[in-house]
Ligand binder design. Sequence first.
Ligand code: MN
Length: 216
Amino acid sequence: MKKLEILPEFRLDFPYTLPVLDFEYASLEPHIDARTMEIHHTKHHQAYVDNLNKALGDDALISKPLLNLFDKTEKLAPAVRNNGGGHYNHSLFWKLLKNNKGEKPSGDLLNHIVRTFGSYDEFRDEFAKAAISRFGSGWAWLSLDEENKLFISSTPNQDNPLMSIAEKRGYPVLGLDVWEHAYYLHYQNRRADYIKAFWDVVNWAEVEKRYQTIIK
Ligand code: MN
């Protein structure tokens, strides 16, 4: 992966800490409720951070930017892979959220989406399909590959497309957490409704910024 260092989250390094959100928990309502956001951030994400620090201990060899660890995921202890992925994925996810009042992508990103998937609606359908068909817990992603092609994928558990074990590797532009802890309080078993609501809380300005950074 040639472009890791340009990703803003490349600076994530040991000892890891819970990022402060730049929005209120309640600000994503009614699409994602405040209680879910609070538990997701202060309990689930905090646990990934704590367990990652614990799993790495004082090992100076392994204490390097988190994204470098993903280059040899197969060699990582399960606790490092799972909690390292968990910390990365959530740190990214929070940045991608905003109550967008019906906003859609625009400019180069929209053009690229239309060129790749046919239309914005077809892109949404394909992304939703990846999210709904992920059995158990995991994530759905829109990423750019090394040839700057957009693709949709899903990964199990706390894996992500940056990891060397990913079926298809790429740089995530957009991600959606489909673990039950992300939606169960409000949506119970209705993952499809949560995925539908996700389109109202995508921070497209942030997604476009990532897209422009990665595609250079
Ligand atoms: Mn989560």
